[in-house]
Design a protein around this ligand. Structure first.
Ligand code: COA
Ligand code: AMP
Length: 634
């Protein structure tokens, strides 16, 4: 028996042109496309070539022209500053148009890059939309990254202007942003012409004369700027994400496909309509923040919430329920780790009882595997559908989901349900052959990817092909392993590369290893992601010291922990390391990461046939037991 999902899915795969053209009709175009799917330069597929569009127009002006000017577009809710500030579509458009005028007055033109390094404040969304308004390409960098990571991104994107703020607030801590920005600019080879800094009341940043401008001063004299039509295939933003080395990958998003796919996803995946209140509790520095704090909800004419706070501690584990109730949130999206944090503090959901959640209709979770305990706890206490969905920075929207707006399937624990329309997901073995249902293999997506996904990496077509298209010809490699069961449900099990997910934040253990290796006393090292009850995974480091090093191990560990914090940032959550005599390896010299991980996680493991010296695993186990990660075998 077919259902609306089967029909939609089949149409999206068999006739993508008409499927996505229909979705595109719902958006505003200055000029309609010549081709929906342009496959003239395989493997680089483009969507809506020949079309002209403006992302900011679709997010704001379009709704004002359709009578939504007085509806709330954005609610800034900041428990850490006791602020709630609402912007109607008219007000948000006016602020954005003014900031677009500021950028234009500084010489920012279509195609120029603007880097945004800001905390979770309304001005970060205003900056992003202002870039989109004039066709500039924004690159938002998450606040938890250190100066070094910021410098790498500055050198790759070469922004003309950087927009920042004096500080962010992490629960009760003031995080000074400006010294990090100044240090990053010092380190970078490419220098921005200007920096615009929003001085927040909690901290005043020192300004560099001739380079730094005060947000409030320049906004006071700004002239509004109109939307500039851009090609559908022009880049809207670059978002850097962890790759398998310390060098991040600059994921590119274009304008046309992005508007079409995200607007379509609001109804079809999330089941929200114009006028509904939608809340993604994430950060504008991550893809979830781009797609579902800023763009998706505004394309749909929803009210979006920008929340400067944490699930716990701001002030308590009831804050999510307060926000949902106070702003009448219909649909919420966050990472499972946030719910694990709430569950830990308020296991019986007592704080929830204080609030009226009658408007709350669905909770979507993504960013890491949704563990059954968290799923059950959320389902039991909230009493509305709890939907796991799987996606990546690269894909921009859900690869797999229980698409509530199309058909609500029964939930299977551990599965983000079925491929969303547009996503031809397969499981293949290492020879690129399809495997049988239930068999684990590499999760891949048959090309072309749907609109709204990455067309390439910034200035690096070659790296795009190498990272995503080379290993499994004809497919996009997700770098996740998993299986599809007999009913077509997809199960995502683990990454096949060195990426780990820490509190829903994507990090490269390879990048951390590069830093540890730089310590003068470290001969060799390995970093692995091990299970953590709150954050899903946390990195731990294993250090083999140079012969003759007789310094205190604790000192060395303290130093490497600080090095990771200084170079990647606090977001890496790298706090635990241990010294071992040797790393367990195969006879060909490969570190036995899988086995070490199983030992650390107290999972069953077998002695690998290829091991060089079995005693190394005993030593490793001993080291892990000492730091509380493995149970010693009898
Ligand atoms: N700016 C500066 N520092 C930041 C930061 C930011 N925007 N975000 C995080 N940090 C810092 C934190 O203060 C912390 O520093 P510390 O080591 O000095 O304590 C460190 O980075 C690690 O942060 P985090 O991983 O967020 O851990 P946490 O213990 O502060 O909070 C959770 C844990 C689960 C409450 C938190 O991660 C969370 O709310 N997650 C929600 C989901 C989410 O945002 N997912 C993103 C993708 S959807
Ligand atoms: P990011 O690019 O930060 O969004 O991280 C993407 C990665 O997070 C994916 O490749 C997965 O490994 C993991 N991930 C995201 N969502 C899920 C999910 N619903 N289930 C399992 N893993 C997920």
């Amino acid at each position: 028996m077919t259902n609306p999902y089967d029909e939609a899915f089949e149409k999206s795969i068999k006739d993508p042109d008409s499927f996505w053209a229909e979705a595109a009709e719902d958006c505003h175009w200055y000029k309609k496309w010549d081709k929906v799917l342009d496959d003239s330069n395989k493997p680089f597929y483009r969507w809506f070539t020949g079309g002209e569009i403006n992302t900011c127009y679709n997010a704001l002006d379009f709704h004002i022209e359709n009578g939504l000017g007085d509806q709330d577009a954005l609610i800034f809710d900041s428990p850490v500053t006791n602020t709630i500030k609402k912007y109607t579509y008219n007000e948000l458009r006016d602020e954005v148009a003014k900031f677009a005028g500021v950028l234009a007055s500084l010489g920012v033109k279509k195609g120029d890059r603007v880097l945004i390094y800001m905390p979770m404040i309304a001005e970060s969304a205003i900056s992003m939309l202002a870039c989109a308004r004039i066709g500039a390409v924004h690159s938002v960098v998450f606040g938890g990254f250190a100066a070094n990571e910021l410098a790498v991104r500055i050198d790759d994107a070469k922004p003309k202007v950087i927009v920042s703020a004096s500080c962010g607030i992490e629960v009760a801590k003031i995080i000074s942003y400006k010294p990090l920005l100044d240090a990053a600019i010092d380190m970078a080879t490419s220098k921005p012409e200007k920096c615009i800094v929003l001085q927040r009341p909690m901290e005043t940043a020192s300004m560099v004369e001739g380079r730094d401008l005060d947000w409030n001063d320049i906004m006071a004299d700004a002239k509004p700027h109109d939307c500039v039509p851009v090609a559908a295939t022009d880049p809207l933003y670059i978002l850097y994400t962890s790759g398998t080395t310390g060098i991040p990958k600059g994921v590119v998003r274009d304008n046309g496909g992005h508007v079409v796919a995200l607007k379509w996803s609001m109804k079809n995946v999330y089941n929200v309509d114009q006028g509904d209140v939608y809340w993604a509790a994430s950060d504008v520095g991550w893809v979830v923040g781009h797609s579902y704090i800023v763009y998706g909800p505004l394309f749909k004419g929803c009210t979006t919430i920008l929340f400067e706070g944490k699930p716990v501690g701001t002030p308590d584990a009831g804050v999510f329920w307060r926000v949902i109730s106070e702003h009448k949130v219909k649909t919420m999206f966050t990472a499972p780790t946030a719910f694990r944090a709430i569950k830990r503090e308020d296991p019986t959901a007592e704080l929830m009882k204080k609030y009226d959640l009658s408007n709350f209709k669905a909770l979507f979770l993504a960013g890491e595997r949704l563990d059954p305990d968290t799923l059950k706890w959320a389902e039991k206490n909230i009493g509305c559908p709890v939907i796991d969905h799987w996606w990546q920075t690269e894909t921009g929207w859900a690869i797999c989901a229980n698409c509530l707006g199309i058909h609500h399937f029964p939930v299977k624990e551990g599965s983000p349900t079925k491929p969303a329309p547009g996503w031809d997901v397969k499981v293949v073995d290492s020879n690129n052959n399809l495997v049988k249902p239930g068999e684990i293999g590499a999760l891949v997506v048959k090309l072309p990817l749907p609109p709204g996904t990455l067309p390439t990496l910034w200035n690096n077509d070659e790296a795009y092909i190498k990272a995503y298209l080379e290993e499994f010809p004809g497919y996009y490699k997700t770098a996740d392993a998993g299986f599809i069961d007999e009913d077509g449900y997809v199960f995502v099990m683990a990454r096949t590369d060195d990426i780990i997910n820490v509190a829903g934040h994507r990090l490269s253990t390879g990048g951390m290893e590069e830093i540890l290796s730089d310590h003068p006393d470290v001969a060799e090292c390995a970093v692995l992601g091990v299970d953590d009850k709150l954050k899903g995974q946390i990195p731990i480091g294993f250090l083999v010291l140079n012969a003759g090093v007789d310094r205190s191990h604790d000192e060395i560990i303290k130093e490497v922990v600080q090095m990771v914090r200084d170079r990647i940032g606090p977001v890496a959550s790298f706090k635990i390391a241990t010294v071992v005599k040797r790393l367990p390896k195969t006879r060909s010299g490969k570190i036995l990461r899988g086995t070490i991980q199983k030992i650390a996680d107290n999972k069953e493991w077998k002695l690998p046939a290829t091991i060089d010296d079995p005693a190394t695993l005993d030593e490793m186990e001993e080291a892990l037991v000492k730091i509380g990660f493995a149970k010693a075998r009898k």
